[in-house]
Design a binder for this molecule. Structure first.
Ligand code: SAM
Ligand code: SF4
Length: 478
């Protein structure tokens, strides 16, 4: 009897499903394909499963507005890159900070500024990257910041050189709930490591890595997901196989053998460009001694008057500069940190660790057939330690920033003249109505990486979120 009733109920439900639910879902699917052809459905499913309605509504709204390339955005960014500090103890020569190019005011992010920002953006954010132009672990409140972001159920990631680390910091890192940490270790001996990571201490970094892995085990936590990022240069490419093996032995989750970006200067090709094609972005035949384009002139001569806050933690070997030294130099186009990671973990390559290095033949920077759209000005925001807002994570010079989020507030900047001009330019560029304006004083208008500096959600990101949301919570040591 009970079985018969159950069957009747199931029949009724499947009839209702055939009549109502499926057509409605089919209709929604058509709308989606028509108006949001590039929507990442995994993110939608994930937010739906999580019942994160506010994040989901904001995500759909932003994606719709980005697709239409409107200049005013009513949604909020769902991706935040925030730089905990732009100080660094290392001197990696091709990094603007390590290379001491003095193009940004030096600052350390204050905890109260970060919390204010989170209170405003946290409810709609999906991801926070704690890094950009400096060493995040030099901010003594870094783990408090991560914990605070986790209260808003946000996926979090950090890149670090791991030179400044301890048992206590390892414990704090694990307990903070950080989802992913990418460790920049580009060598297997002090000699090969410190050729790029100048002033870095290889043995110390390896001890620190062991400490982190051990701490995760002790606390029974699967977080943070550990990536060993190995930038490949000519001097370390013979170590690639060994690093893959060593990473596995040591218990890191993924070894990311990543071709490095190189500046176009005399001597760089011979000294730094790897010999194997799979280890480099560039075609040696066309690798030039100087950038293959000319900036017509440096349009601005002064840095904007941004507040230069005192550091919250004493930092070694660095002095605060009173202001950014006005300086514009010819730069190679770069796809930004996101696209560095994307190149390695990108969806097209089918998941983490599957390498397929795109060769950047410098000729590629000619007109692409189908002009791509940057997603940053609609969906992401890059905030520097002093609150200065960059249109994306690859804008190196402070003079091109869009305003200060701590003093001017988010909404004034997000739909202010600079952002609207950026969106208008990208829209006109994509529609072939406008080209790169080399004389412009606006970052997006003069950007040669236009369309290439996109962030994407990575496959491991989704899995990390599923783990987090679907059952590993009891393992969380907090
Ligand atoms: C500027 S660093 C800041 C974070 C941290 N200090 C670090 O080095 O990991 C951000 C990212 O850029 C990467 N990076 C530095 N120099 C690079 C290069 N020449 N090519 C590609 N990625 C580079 C770093 O390894 C790191 O993943
Ligand atoms: S460790 Fe990171 S921030 Fe420091 S100089 Fe190197 S790449 Fe730049």
């Amino acid at each position: 009897m009970v079985d018969a009733l159950r069957k009747l109920d199931a029949d009724r439900r499947s009839a209702a499903e055939r009549r109502f639910v499926r057509p409605v879902l089919g209709f929604l699917g058509k709308l989606r394909r028509r108006y949001l052809p590039e929507l990442d459905e995994n993110i939608v499913r994930l937010l739906w499963a999580r019942r994160a309605w506010r994040k989901l509504a904001n995500f759909l709204l932003v994606e719709l507005q980005a697709e239409n390339m409107g200049t005013r955005v009513t949604g909020k960014p769902y991706w935040l890159t925030i730089d905990p500090t732009n100080f660094c103890q290392l001197r990696c020569p091709f990094c603007p900070t390590g290379g001491e190019r003095h193009i940004r005011s030096k600052a350390v992010l204050k905890l109260e500024d970060f919390k204010r920002l989170m209170d405003e953006l946290g409810p709609t954010l999906l991801h926070v990257d704690f890094m950009n132009w400096g060493e995040p672990l030099l901010n003594r409140y870094i783990f408090e910041m991560v914990s605070y972001a986790k209260k808003f159920d946000i996926d979090t990631k950090m890149d670090t050189n791991l030179n400044e680390f301890s048992e206590e910091m390892a414990e704090k890192m694990v307990r903070s709930g950080l989802d992913c940490v990418s460790l920049s270790i580009d060598g297997l001996t002090q000699e090969t490591y410190s050729k790029y990571r100048v002033r870095g201490d290889f043995d110390k970094v390896m001890r620190n890595l062991e400490t982190l892995i051990r701490k995760k085990k002790e606390l029974g936590s699967s977080r943070p997901y550990v990536i060993w990022q190995f930038l490949v240069f000519k001097h370390n490419e013979h170590e690639v196989e060994r690093v893959r093996q060593l990473g596995k032995e040591m218990g890191v989750d993924v070894v990311g053998v990543t071709p490095a970006f190189l500046p176009f200067r005399p001597g760089i090709k011979d000294e730094w460009l790897p010999l194997k094609p799979e280890h480099r972005h560039y075609d040696p035949e066309t690798f030039p001694d100087r950038p293959p384009w000319e900036w017509e002139s440096a349009p601005k001569t002064e840095a904007p008057s941004l507040p230069d806050p005192a550091p919250v933690a004493p930092l070694p070997e660095e002095k605060l500069s009173a202001a950014a030294v006005p300086h514009v130099e010819v730069l190679p186009p770069r796809g930004g940190v996101r696209s560095i990671i994307e190149r390695f973990f990108g969806r097209k390559r089918g998941g983490a660790g599957k390498e397929e290095t795109p060769v950047i033949n410098v000729q590629v920077y000619k007109e692409p057939e189908k002009r791509p759209r940057c997603n940053w000005p609609w969906a992401g925001i890059a905030v520097n330690p002093n609150g200065s807002v960059s249109p994306c994570c690859s804008v190196e010079e402070e003079i091109y920033d869009f305003g200060n989020i701590f003093t001017e507030g988010f909404s004034g900047i997000w739909n202010g003249p600079n952002y609207r001009r950026a969106r208008r330019h990208i829209r006109d560029y994509v529609k072939h109505r406008q080209d790169v304006k080399t004389r412009s004083e606006h970052a997006c208008e003069r950007c040669f990486s236009i369309g290439r500096a996109n962030f994407t959600f990575q496959p491991w990101w989704r899995f990390s979120q599923f783990d987090w949301w679907w059952g590993l919570r009891e393992k969380d040591p907090r």
